[in-house]
Design a protein around this ligand. Structure first.
Ligand code: NIG
Ligand code: FE
Length: 419
C-alpha cells in the first residue's frame, strides 16, 4: 500500500457538500480548510484536516509550502483530437473576417475535417498527446473529449480510437463523446438529409456497440443542424444508450435550450444567446449548463452567456474550455476562471465550483472526482499562491506548482511560493 501525505497546505479547497451538483449559494462554498493536510492511500483520499491532526505514519511527505491545494479541474467540453491548426483563420479574423463568413467560404470546421481525414491515427495521437501535456500543466486532470472532425463513420471511429489510446497512455483521463453531427460535410451540401440519415442509421448504431463513446452531442445551429434535425439525432442516440450533451444557442437563439430540456439532456452547452425562458426550461428539467467563455473571447465576440441569471434560477453551472482549433484554442482552465469572473460576473468561488465538482457531476463522475474529501480519487493541484482567488486575479500567469493524478505526481518543478 502506498501512502502520501500533503502537509503545510495554506488553503485546502475540499468542495465538501451534498452528493450532487451545487446550486445557488452552495456554489460559493468551497469547504476551505486552512493550515491543512491531506492523507492519500492507493490513489484515494483517506482523510483531510488540520495539519497537526492528520496522522500519517510511514507516508511519503509532500510540502505544499503554504500554498493552495484544489481538486484537479474537470474540463467538461473539449474537442482535443484534430489535424492541423486554424492559425491562418485566426489571422483572417484579426483582419475583420467573421467565424460564420469563414465557415460559409468552406473553411471553419470543414478545414479541420479535411486535415483530420488526411492524418493517420498515429499522427493524430502525437498531435493530441502534446495537448494532453498542456491540459495537465494547467491543472486539468480529466477532460470530456468529442469526436466530430471526421464526419464519416471510419474517420469518426479513428478519432474515438485516438481518444481511447490517449486515455490509456497518458495520465490525463478522457471521457469520450460522439459528435458525428458537428457539421454537414461538403460532399453532402446538396443533400444534407442524406448525411443526417447516415448519422442516425449508420453511425449511431455502429459507434455505440464499440464502447468508444459514452455520450452523444449535436451542434444545433442554423449553420449546422436545425432544431428538428437535432431532435431526431438526439432521440436516436438516446435510444441507442448514449447520454446526451448538446451545443445550443451559441450564435443565435433557436430554442436549443428548450429542446435540451425536452429531451432530458444531461448538459446544454454554450447558451450565449439563451434567454430567460430557455433558462427556466433548463431549470425545470434539471439540465446542467456548460458555459464556454473562452470561445466568446477567442472569436472576438462580446455576447457572453447569462451566468448570473442561470445561478439565480438554481442551475448547477459548469465552466469548460471548449478547446478546439477554431473557436477556442486554449486548454487553460485558469484562463476560463479569469474570463468567468471578469465577463460572466461569477465569483472566484462560484467559478471554482463550476469547473470541479459541478463539472464532475455533469459527466456522471461526481462520486469520484471534483472534490477532495475521503473516498474521492486523489486528483489535485498544488498552486504557488496563498489565496485561491489569485488564480483568476493574476491572469495569464501559470500558478500551477504540481499536479497529481490518483496520488501520483504527473507535473512538477514549477516555481513555488518562496523564491
Ligand atoms: O464548440 N460549435 C461548434 N463546435 C466548436 C467549434 C469547432 C470549430 O470551429 O472547429 C465549438 O465552438
Ligand atoms: Fe464545442
Amino acid at each position: 500500500m502506498s501512502s502520501l501525505v500533503v502537509r503545510n497546505i495554506g488553503q485546502l479547497l475540499t468542495l465538501r457538500g451534498p452528493a450532487r451538483p451545487r446550486v445557488g449559494g452552495e456554489m460559493s462554498e468551497l469547504g476551505i480548510l486552512t493550515d491543512a493536510a491531506m492523507l492519500i492511500s492507493d490513489g484515494v483520499i483517506v482523510s483531510v484536516g488540520k495539519d497537526g491532526q492528520v496522522e500519517a505514519d510511514g507516508a511519503t511527505e509532500v510540502d505544499a509550502e503554504g500554498g493552495v491545494v484544489s481538486p484537479g479541474f474537470v474540463d467538461a467540453h473539449t474537442h482535443p483530437v484534430f489535424g492541423g491548426t486554424r492559425v491562418d483563420e485566426y489571422e483572417l479574423r484579426a483582419q475583420g473576417a467573421s467565424y460564420v463568413e469563414i465557415s460559409q467560404a468552406g473553411g471553419g470546421i470543414m478545414s479541420t475535417v479535411r486535415a483530420t481525414r488526411a492524418a493517420s491515427e498515429d499522427e493524430l495521437f502525437r498531435q493530441s498527446r502534446r495537448y494532453a501535456d498542456w491540459f495537465l500543466k494547467g491543472g486539468t486532470t480529466t477532460v470530456e473529449a468529442k469526436s466530430g472532425y471526421g464526419l464519416t463513420l471510419e474517420d469518426e471511429l479513428k478519432i474515438l480510437r485516438v481518444i481511447h489510446r490517449l486515455n490509456a497512455e497518458c495520465p490525463l483521463d478522457y471521457i469520450a463523446t460522439f459528435l458525428g453531427a458537428h457539421s454537414i460535410p461538403t460532399e453532402f451540401r446538396d443533400e444534407p438529409s442524406e448525411y443526417v440519415d447516415m448519422v442516425i442509421h449508420q453511425m449511431i448504431p455502429k459507434v455505440w456497440p464499440t464502447g468508444l463513446a459514452e455520450w452523444c452531442d449535436v451542434f444545433c445551429e442554423s449553420i449546422a443542424f436545425d432544431l428538428r434535425t437535432t431532435e431526431r439525432i438526439m432521440m436516436a442516440a438516446k435510444e441507442a444508450g448514449f447520454g446526451l450533451r448538446m451545443h445550443v444557442d451559441q450564435l443565435s437563439n433557436e430554442g436549443g435550450a428548450a429542446l435540451a430540456a425536452r429531451l432530458g439532456a444531461t448538459t446544454a452547452d454554450h447558451l450565449e444567446r439563451t434567454d430567460a425562458s430557455g433558462i427556466a426550461a433548463l431549470a425545470d428539467a434539471g439540465v446542467q449548463p456548460v458555459l464556454l467563455p473562452a470561445s466568446v473571447y477567442a472569436l472576438g465576440l462580446d455576447h457572453y452567456p447569462d451566468a448570473r441569471g442561470m445561478i439565480s434560477a438554481g442551475l448547477a453551472v459548469v465552466l469548460a474550455t471548449d478547446f478546439n482549433p477554431g473557436s477556442s484554442p486554449t486548454t487553460s482552465m485558469p484562463a476560463v476562471l479569469s474570463l468567468a469572473c471578469t465577463h460572466l460576473k461569477m465569483s472566484p468561488a462560484e467559478a471554482m465550483t463550476a469547473c470541479t465538482v459541478n463539472a464532475a457531476y455533469s459527466l456522471h463522475r461526481g462520486d469520484q472526482l471534483g472534490a477532495l474529501t475521503p473516498g474521492k480519487q486523489a486528483d489535485f493541484v498544488i498552486w504557488g499562491v496563498e489565496d485561491y482567488r489569485e488564480i483568476p486575479y493574476f491572469f495569464g500567469v501559470n500558478h500551477v506548482r504540481s499536479v497529481w493524478k490518483e496520488g501520483r505526481s504527473v507535473v512538477s518543478g514549477s516555481p513555488g511560493l518562496r523564491v
